[in-house]
Design a protein around this ligand. Sequence first.
Ligand SMILES: *Cc1c(COP(=O)(O)O)cnc(C)c1O
Length: 399
Amino acid sequence: MEQLAIFGGKPVRETPIYYGRQCIEDDDVAAVAETLKSDSITCGPKIDELEKLLCKVTGAKYAVAVCNGTAALHLAALAAGFQEGDEVIVSSITFAASANCVLYCGAKPVFADIDPETYNIDPDSVQPLITPRTRGIVAVDFTGQSVRHEELRIICKEHNLTLIEDAAHAIGTKYNGQPIGSIADMTCFSFHPVKTVTGGEGGAITTNDENLYRRLMRARTHGITRIRSEMAHPTDARWYNEQVELGYNYRMTDFQAALLISQLHKLPKFSARRKEIVKKYDAAFAGIPEIVVQKEIPQSDTTRHLYILRLNLEKMTCDRRQFFDALYAENICPQVHYLPVYWHSYYENLGYGKGICPNAEKYYNEVMSIPLYYSLTDEDVEDVVRAVKKVVAYYRKTC
Ligand SMILES: *Cc1c(COP(=O)(O)O)cnc(C)c1O
């Protein structure tokens, strides 16, 4: 058997590849440069143009561009009215920001377990967590796959909850043919470089509710308004604006918006290539009993942000750590998404114990994300598959 690189053998690749990377082309650079030389580099026309384009891409009535995905989640949680004494149900396998936004408002995140096959929030595990204090759900389209909207909508309606969809992974995904961004009460996007389209940093909230839209717009800029109907002391003085509540400066610059506009026009090709790569991986791993392939619900037409390699550890002589390190030595550099949020020491110190979400905890011990991004070549994909097969063969249980 071929010796693993971690034990001195020859690695599958000479140069490392990582789990994600941005694709910036000459026209993206040109769009940024042009905007930098224009009259407005912030609060200018590119923001309006981006928001209109986001409405078009998502089918939402309103879009609010902000400086990053975390700011989007914070504003959505504020606009939902979450406050001290409230409980908000959050997916347990996600980036910490999905739950932090609840804490920012003084409310309490309550963690729901995942579906063991799709890794998304399990509506059946949401139901028993609802109390008279529950005000909302933050549901994450993990890896880009849509959450089960039908079931979540029924729960939200019955208990009068606000649904915030954390779609940081999911731009381009559709649920029953409807684009993500026009389904939940508010949908939050991130445009960090590792995500499917990027603005360097960037985020947005989409909604169909005018009331929520007005609140989001005010909170983005300090709680200051120029709309007379929103003022306590309206005047017709041209210079007058009024702070009516406590807000933030969560604005995006126009040159980031220009980059995003350019990137969003490429979403169809980015999405198609990601789907192609996912198909190749799924086909390569389907026949390997040591590997578990992520299940998709038929309602989700997914633009995948992450490809999760899940190990069937019962059939192997290694643990996740050993597998991860062996793959890394082959110059295929994975990452783990994610630690169950309540395992972070900050959350532990807030009193969240282990064992709250058994499916999430089991999942965490068995996974790593392997390279998935637009500019990955077919040869790169073959290298990844070869490396995975090599490591599996080495650690396969023989009996
Ligand atoms: C990236 C990400 C965020 C945060 O987005 P930023 O733009 O980095 O602030 C939030 N939730 C999830 C699930 C993410 O992947």
